[in-house]
Write a protein that binds this ligand. Structure first.
Ligand code: NAP
Length: 290
């Protein structure tokens, strides 16, 4: 690309950022759409977040992605926050506006877009969520907003799952979500099939031989499994779902669409499906997936 005086810069703030896939998404989109924009990763130390955001604004950076561990910490640094991001309590995209950055959460709309493309719906579904961290909480909110039937959170630390369940139930004004420990899956009625969303860190590279629940009995109750982990491309969770006759999907498409939605916010332009597939192929190639 030709970098000149009109080139706009976007980037990623996090720590670490070295293994990010985001430059592959955004630079592919910018090049294909003839947008004079570059995207670069910035490693920011934990006491440097506010200085980094203020510096980025002073340097006229068009937009930023925010990743681990700053998705919640960044909120006080913003001029404005989108209502969905406020509800979720996590921001992964900043957009330059007059007077400061506006924060959005594109992770959950990204997951929803990926699920729609894969033909997996949430409306009326009984959903099992594994985990009760930031991602699991956001998935529970998304599922509630999309009209899920019942939502059951399974987590190693029951108090955390209870807290998320209470918060989402308070938001919805009804007892939609309940919390159980990982071992409690046996209390689910036999013969009932669920959509299961894996939102823990367990099974992520290099611990690819692990799943947060490994017993076959659990997977017999799953008609579709969605793992938010994207490395490896097929997690043990996904393998177990498939072995027991279910459909399984990984987190790479969610990663793609959270990026595409951010790119659309920065540029005001829509990314078409052909281009989305091109960026997806680039990501798969970068991960060594055919
Ligand atoms: P987090 O807030 O740190 O939460 C981690 C969750 O994993 C907690 O529920 C924790 O349980 C559980 N956990 C961790 N180690 C465990 C173990 N050894 N045994 C049982 N449970 C364990 O992390 P997060 O931000 O929610 O992220 C969760 C996952 O989502 C990560 O794998 C991340 O890569 C993925 N993610 C993917 C995308 C994407 O675009 N594809 C976007 C966002 C997140 P406790 O509460 O008991 O500690």
């Amino acid at each position: 690309m030709n970098i000149n005086g009109y080139t706009r810069t976007c980037g990623l703030i996090g720590n670490p950022v070295e293994h990010t896939m985001s430059p592959a998404i955004h630079n592919t989109l910018a090049q294909a759409m003839g947008e004079n924009l570059v995207y670069v990763p910035f490693r920011v130390q934990k006491d440097g977040l506010l200085a980094a955001i203020e510096g980025a604004y002073a340097l006229n950076l068009q937009g930023l992605n925010i990743t681990v561990p700053y998705k919640s910490q960044v909120i006080p640094c913003l001029k404005e926050i989108d209502p969905l991001a406020r509800l979720i309590g996590a921001v992964n995209t900043l957009v330059y506006t007059e007077g400061g950055y506006k924060g959005y959460n594109t992770d959950m709309p990204g997951l929803y877009r990926a699920m729609c493309e894969d033909g997996v719906g949430m409306e009326g579904e009984n959903i099992l969520i594994l985990g009760a961290g930031g991602a699991a909480r956001a998935v529970a909110i998304l599922a509630a907003k999309k009209g899920a039937g019942q939502i059951i959170l399974f987590n190693r630390t029951l108090e955390k799952a209870n807290k998320v369940a209470e918060e989402v139930n308070a938001m919805e004004g009804k007892a939609l979500v309940r919390a159980l420990t990982l071992e409690d899956y046996g209390t689910l009625p036999k013969g009932e099939k669920y959509l299961a969303i894996q939102a823990t860190n367990v099974g992520m590279f290099p611990d690819v031989e692990k799943a947060v629940i490994e017993e076959e009995e659990f997977y017999k109750r799953v008609h579709t499994g969605y793992d938010l982990i994207f490395n490896p491309a097929e997690t043990l969770f996904m393998k177990r779902v498939r072995e027991n006759g279910g459909k399984a999907f990984g987190g790479l498409k969610m990663l793609l669409y959270q990026g595409i939605i951010a790119y659309e916010l920065w540029t005001g332009r829509q990314v078409d499906e052909i281009l989305a597939q091109k960026a997806y192929s680039k990501m798969k190639k970068a991960m060594g997936i055919r």
